[in-house]
Design a protein around this ligand. Structure first.
Ligand SMILES: [Zn+2]
Length: 55
């Protein structure tokens, strides 16, 4: 029984609709949606750009 792997394989990133490989990232939209680490980095970058523009 590989319960841990099974759980990981079932996770789908709602942003790019791809299977999440490895540890998921938390979406910055609601802080509970799991997204893939790639989209997590993209969201972090977007926040960073917004922050720079506001200041
Ligand atoms: Zn994604």
């Amino acid at each position: 029984m590989k319960v841990k792997n099974y759980r990981f394989n079932k996770l789908i990133c709602p942003i790019c609709n791809e299977k999440i490989k490895g540890p998921p990232a938390l979406s910055r939209i609601d802080n509970k949606t799991k997204i893939c680490s790639k989209c997590g980095i993209l969201q972090a970058l977007e926040d960073f750009i917004k922050y720079k523009k506001e200041n």
